[in-house]
Design a protein around this ligand. Sequence first.
Ligand code: PEP
Length: 255
Amino acid sequence: MSRRYFIAGNWKMNKTAAEAKALIAEINALVGAETAVDVAVCPTFTALDAASQALKGSNVKLGAQNMYFEKSGAFTGEISADMLKEFGTEYVILGHSERREYFKECDCLINKKVKAVLANGMKPILCVGETLEQREGGKTIDVVSEQTVGGLKDVSKEDAEKVVVAYEPVWAIGTGKTATPEMAQEVHAEIRKVLAKLFGADTAEKIQILYGGSMKPENADALLKEKDIDGGLIGGAALKADSFAALVKSAKKLA
Ligand code: PEP
């Protein structure tokens, strides 16, 4: 496969700065020298400084979990691109289902954030995924396609190569329920078709599409073997160095 595997840890609202430093030290010891697979950790904003220092000399990259699209100003509680870049942040998770659900983020807002991340030389990890109700109603492909098109509206072909898409079925996040490899592959292939329509087949072939939703060492091999699954966005299993490193190793076996 020409695309590199990518394993990214979404730490959500977990780990203080001191805990982040300790976890990164363990991750570095296990996979800090990894070159065959892209690896990133996405701690909370308050741990970015400590994390960036702990990642010096490591091949593990730094990501954030959100960003506001404006450059600066009266946006109480928000974080700008410059603030993230100060710590060497390379990736920003956007449109996670928890932000869509609890913070009412819509495709239109997510799209502004995607474009701001790209304009600032970082890479967005755009999350898309259906709820259980939408899956049971046969709407999975429509929902995921609409979120992909909406999130990437007005993104240039050149910038599209820097985008990472994460397919995260909402019903599989933090629930222990995983989409079967076949179910995930079907959606990943559809997402790649949407990307091909938006940016052309060549560009679509270059875009990493990650699976997220209770991915763990026990189910990773089967998921990662699928043609259009290029890695994982990992929640729970990213909070322990040994399980996170095991996922990186699963990807490395196939790289
Ligand atoms: C996530 O929220 O991005 C995620 C995939 O979580 P988990 O692995 O815990 O299901």
